[in-house]
Design a protein around this ligand. Structure first.
Ligand code: FES
Ligand code: FES
Length: 166
């Protein structure tokens, strides 16, 4: 079946089997391998992308379900050479080690800040409860999200495409 999905504001058209998963549709698009494929069972959260601004697990979403929707991947966070505040927060607070969980964590927490610009630690931990990090112990991830919340208003990179959708 021929399928067109808007990914990061660009239509991507491909002839795929109906069983094609969104994570593979995305990763097979040139330049979009930032979305990671981990457990394949909807447990780890490495594959999280945004559909119409809401986080979804692309390893258990059929690509065919996404036609007519806007999909945002981790590549959309950086805007015009400037990191999104959530990316900057992860950098400032050393919130990643191996980085495998990071794309999903970034997209999950970007969505959180779009809906709740001043989340508590409890709200951050609840938001990322569907994502597993095997390295950091979560403390620095939570701190990074708080850093982004506190700096977002003053950072020009708050104008990334996803922030604008919020
Ligand atoms: S690869 Fe999708 S939740 Fe783990
Ligand atoms: S930084 Fe390694 S899994 Fe999270």
């Amino acid at each position: 079946m021929e399928l067109t999905i808007n990914i990061n504001g660009q239509p991507v058209t491909r002839d795929v089997e109906p069983r094609k998963l969104l994570v593979h549709y995305i990763r097979e698009t040139p330049g979009l391998t930032g979305t990671h494929w981990g457990c394949d069972t909807s447990n780890c959260g490495a594959c999280v992308v945004l559909m119409d601004g809401k986080p979804i697990k692309s390893c258990t979403t059929l690509a065919a379900m996404c036609e007519g929707h806007e999909i945002s991947t981790v590549e959309s966070l950086e805007f015009d050479g400037t990191l999104d505040p959530i990316q900057q927060g992860f950098h400032e607070l050393h919130a990643l080690h191996c980085g495998f969980c990071t794309p999903g964590m970034l997209m999950t927490t970007r969505s959180l800040l779009n809906e709740n610009p001043d989340p508590s630690e409890h709200e951050i931990r609840t938001a990322i409860s569907g994502s597993i990090c095997r390295c950091t112990g979560y403390k620095n991830i939570v701190a990074a999200v708080r850093w982004a919340a506190e700096h977002e208003a003053t950072m020009t990179s708050g104008s990334s495409s996803i922030s604008q959708e919020a």
